[in-house]
Design a protein around this ligand. Sequence first.
Ligand code: 13P
Length: 257
Amino acid sequence: MRRPVIAGNWKMNPPSLDEALSLAAAIEVAAVAASDVTTVICPPTIWLAEVARVATGATALGAQTMHFEERGAFTGETSPLMLAGLASFVILGHSERRQYDGETDEGVGRKVASAVAHGLRPIAAVGERAEERRAGETEAVIDRQVRAALAGLDRIGGSGLVVAYEPVWAIGTGDAASPADAQAVASQIRAILRELDADAADEVPIQYGGSVTDANALEFFGQPDIDGALVGGASLKPETFGAILRAGQAAIGGDGA
Ligand code: 13P
């Protein structure tokens, strides 16, 4: 059974360092209790170092994006060298970055390869937009995005890869995908992984993301190809995120520490 990876993507929240530190401290307590789950928080990059002092063991840290180059004239960017040692995960290709920051399939592929080369576990995010789903293009979009994201990897085994399926229409809307629809896409992603690296496909955690709450998490985690969640809004509420971690713990059959 795969160990669930439950990651909180804080996005551009909360607005102050004090709030970030208390949120991280509260999540650390919940993470200690969910010992069979890999708990990840992805605060704004500017606070990674300080949050690391509070998230002292049970919580892993992730960045929300990075550049693929190690250094250079890239104003406002963060390099994998700067993240290494500070974060262990990095979300790449989030739909908000594709939408607002011009991230392309090809660029996401370069970032995933760079993250792995620098010892960071990529959380490669893919997902169709509402109009794509309506047009029956979900499968084609997922196929294109997943293959592009993994194009720069020599092998998947040992890469630490996590794939997050986040339908864009489900993000921040309260309109989560049905567990069956999410499972159908997760299973498609697993099949692509199997085609690319048959031995490693079953190691890769596939997360669902998009309006995950403590009320629906357990149902997602019960799906055979869903191994955790990428959580936005609910990851800013420690009680709710703690309950999602407990759902992950329950799904894997453990009772925690
Ligand atoms: P919500 O959980 O707020 O829908 O956000 C999902 C997301 O974008 C996580 O990366």
